[in-house]
Write a protein that binds this ligand. Structure first.
Ligand SMILES: [Zn+2]
Length: 68
């Protein structure tokens, strides 16, 4: 199960949450001020394979890792 990082839109608190893959911010609230639907930050887990266009041919423009 991946850990997602969220940021509260109201108070800016960042917190991490263990959620199922593909989970949304639906039902998630800020632990500090209880504001619903925080903004999902990019998690520390890299989602490889799907949607990473640059890595398939040549050098990835994002991470500069050449693929062969
Ligand atoms: Zn908050």
């Amino acid at each position: 199960m991946p850990i997602y990082e969220y940021k509260c839109q109201k108070c800016g608190t960042k917190f991490e949450l263990l959620q199922n893959m593909g989970a949304t911010n639906e039902g998630v609230t800020c632990p500090k001020c209880n504001t619903p639907k925080p903004v999902k930050q990019f998690s520390v887990f890299k989602t490889s394979g799907e949607g990473s266009s640059g890595c398939e041919t040549g050098v990835c423009p994002t991470c500069n890792i050449p693929s062969d």
